[in-house]
Design a protein around this ligand. Structure first.
Ligand SMILES: [Mg+2]
Length: 232
């Protein structure tokens, strides 16, 4: 069968959009800081919502009066996924309503390319998705150790989409699904339609005020979300 000539790209954020790690990400960050740098820092001054792991690490370094080196990055991001895997086992993780059904349905549609635009480093993104056996749905992505700015992560994901296309294929529409104003800004920066979900820390009203094209309470209406994707 010939691949479809027009593809719809749907890019997903992870935390607050697909699932809730119930503090396991923050706990893993704290433990990795102690393990790698010997710092006991509760990092209460860090807001993870919509943030990127690289930006968080830079902010923590600044807080400790240091600038982040490549060696710091390498050591921290080697330890962090180990701590996350442990912390995930101790937490009662939540998969949001409709997420599995939506991803399964979109995966069956040959004209849809599913990708990730996340502030997580790639290994942590995989660990989080594997908790719910969802990682295989995503054929590509860009991650929070590649850039500190989510707009740059989104741009990198789109470069990977373009590279993945077969000869003659073109992108007819791009959607970015996320739970914070940072996701909405990243969507706008790549010319994508911003679908916002209020499963994270922001209400639908706040997400619309931040410029979301659509704001949903959650992703439970599979047919409704698919209709949005077709309308573009
Ligand atoms: Mg998020």
């Amino acid at each position: 069968m010939m691949p479809p000539m027009n593809v719809t790209v749907v890019l997903f954020d992870i935390d607050g959009t697909l699932l809730d790690m119930r503090g396991a990400g923050r706990a893993a960050f704290v433990r990795a800081l102690e393990s790698v740098f010997g710092w006991r820092d509760d990092i209460r001054y860090i807001n993870f919502s919509g943030n990127t792991d690289l930006n968080v690490l830079q902010r923590i370094m600044e807080h400790h009066g240091r600038s982040l080196t490549d060696e710091d990055c390498r050591r921290f991001f080697a330890q962090f996924p180990l701590e996350l895997a442990c912390a995930a086992r101790e937490a009662e993780l939540i998969l949001y309503p409709g997420v599995r059904a939506l991803l399964e349905s979109l995966t069956l549609d040959a004209s849809v390319v599913l990708g990730l635009v996340t502030g997580n480093i790639e290994s942590c993104a995989r660990i989080k998705l594997q908790q719910f056996d969802l990682h295989h749905h995503f054929v590509l992505g860009a991650f929070g150790d590649e850039h500190a700015d989510r707009n740059d992560i989104a741009r990198l994901a789109m470069q990977r989409v373009e590279k993945s296309l077969r000869p003659g294929q073109k992108v007819s529409a791009v959607f970015l699904v996320g739970d914070t104003p940072f996701d909405i800004a990243a969507a706008k920066s790549i010319g994508a339609t911003a679908i916002a979900v209020a499963t994270g820390k922001f209400t639908t009203a706040a997400l619309l005020a931040a410029g979301a094209d659509v704001a949903l309470a959650d992703l439970s209406d599979t047919a409704g979300v698919k209709a949005l994707l077709k309308r573009a």
